[in-house]
Design a protein around this ligand. Structure first.
Ligand code: FE2
Ligand code: FE2
Ligand code: FE2
Length: 181
């Protein structure tokens, strides 16, 4: 059984991650149009990680049938620099506010599956904010970011640039579990 509050947190996190996935794909398209091919690639990689988070949360939701859903989202950015700023703000909200609270509730309610999926996302978002900040610095200097290959762990959404680790530092998945962008 999933407790009601944990279940509502899972649904809300699923919505937030789903919207982040789509928002980052929209941002990737805009970045390409503005000539930032590496920043576009970063948005696509992180969008992939958000899909993994959404899927992991989704699998832990057991309530059947229709639900009215609510998930936080940011609107109104109109340039790659603004998109990156929204990316940073959204990721920070998840790191500082949302996931610590959801993890605490899941832990208290002994909802192990929810606790794990929230923890994976929480740790992975920290890698996203770092990469977005790096990209934003470059865009503010009016040039594309210098990124090597970007790897995303298929299990937890950990996102890393250049060196793919032998084992994922968040979930211990092997190097072969990384998708390269
Ligand atoms: Fe996420
Ligand atoms: Fe993220
Ligand atoms: Fe991982």
């Amino acid at each position: 059984m999933v407790h009601q509050m944990t279940e509502s947190n899972l649904i809300s996190a699923y919505c937030g991650e789903s919207q982040a996935h789509m928002r980052y794909l929209i941002f990737a398209h805009r970045a390409t149009g503005e000539g930032y091919s590496n920043i576009s690639r970063l948005f696509i990689a992180v969008a992939h990680a958000e899909r993994i988070h959404a899927s992991n949360h989704y699998r832990n939701i057991i309530v059947k049938g229709g639900q009215t859903t609510v998930g936080g989202a940011l609107f109104g950015s109109r340039s790659t620099i603004e998109d990156l700023q929204h990316g940073v703000e959204g990721e920070r909200h998840e790191i500082e506010e949302m996931y610590p609270a959801y993890i605490a509730v899941a832990k208290d309610q002994k909802e192990y599956g929810a606790e794990i999926t929230f923890k994976y996302a929480w740790e992975a978002e920290k890698t996203h904010v770092t990469l977005y900040e790096k990209a934003k610095q470059a865009a503010e200097q009016k040039h594309d970011a210098q990124f090597g290959k970007i790897g995303v762990c298929e299990v937890c959404g950990y996102t890393v640039e250049q060196e793919i680790p032998e084992k994922c530092p968040i979930c211990n998945a092997k190097k072969e579990k990384f998708v390269i962008f």
